[in-house]
Ligand binder design. Sequence first.
Ligand code: RP5
Length: 164
Amino acid sequence: MSIAKVGVIMGSSSDWDVMQNAVRMLKDFGVPYEAQVISAHRMPHDMAEYGAQAYDKGIRAIIAGAGGAAHLPGMMAALTEVPVFGVPVPSRYLRGEDSLLSIVQMPKGVPVATFAIGEAGAANAALHAIATLAMHDEDLRQQLMAFRQKQTEAARAMHLPEVE
Ligand code: RP5
């Protein structure tokens, strides 16, 4: 297996339902990735170690998902120069609005590229990581353009029902 270029991390295994959409996309494009649980609150030292080692081990984008008090993406962005793409995971009581605000409201100087709440956000975070890598990888760029074309054709082929 090739060395991972994208790290997918999440605060809990309960985030997997959403975060697997990022992993699926990376897999479909053949981008080497690693996926693991790293909790900002329950595993703070592991989080710091991951951030310190990410670039040196070949990671060029980090997709970080968390829900509720979603501090993982922001803390990871503070710990590494590797770009962090944040995915707000829907929470039980506030439906992910808490996750979104926790991730998006970063202080000036420490950016997290923040995506939509839930599945679309996870898939789009992966597509954004792929687009970033594709700027230095012609095969990947061609794959991305083919994906976009297929999506366009699917949208053009959509039909609406007749109104009776
Ligand atoms: C966050 O707390 C995780 O990212 C997860 O979304 C949420 C709940 O975690 P569990 O209690 O389900 O493990 O840190």
